[in-house]
Design a protein. Structure first.
Length: 154
């Protein structure tokens, strides 16, 4: 009876080895995003519309000792009325595997265009926030977060 169990275990080990080999082939294509990837993602969303600085406040730590839980708060100045409100805020990171990190969506009923969460950052990188207003205008801001390893720099 031990024979079939060993055979199944061996097959599962071989399957795992095959998956690991496939992952090693695919992994290089999952490299980190860069500033060009972030620009391309923003262009895909907004097709080259002009963006103005201001109105968006990005609150992130300048130095993150633990890149696994980096707090982030995004605030956008807006009256949040039916005629003038923030539709969405998109946040991008130029050092993560995918440039788009998350999107917050708002409506006039939100009362305030503000949201907080935590994000994972693998290395020191720029965080870019783009706010899309109800009239189609765009506002942006950028901040660098230095991710340290054990508080020693990185």
């Amino acid at each position: 009876m031990a024979g079939p169990i060993v055979c199944r275990t061996r097959r599962s080990v071989l399957r795992m080895a095959a998956l690991a080999a496939a992952a090693s082939v695919i992994a290089p294509s999952l490299s980190r995003a860069d500033a060009k990837a972030v620009e391309a993602e923003i262009k895909k969303l907004y097709d080259g519309k002009t963006m103005a600085e201001g109105r968006v406040k990005l609150d992130v730590p300048q130095i993150a000792e633990n890149g696994l839980v980096v707090p982030i708060t995004v605030d956008v100045e807006s009256p949040m009325t039916e005629q003038n409100y923030v539709k969405a805020v998109h946040v991008f990171a130029d050092g993560n595997p995918l440039p788009g990190v998350f999107t917050f969506r708002f409506s006039p009923l939100s009362g305030r265009a503000s949201a907080s969460t935590r994000m994972r950052l693998a290395q020191t990188q720029n965080i870019v926030a783009v706010a899309e207003m109800s009239d189609g205008s765009l506002f942006t801001t950028k901040a660098e977060v230095k991710v340290t390893i054990g508080g020693c720099g990185g």
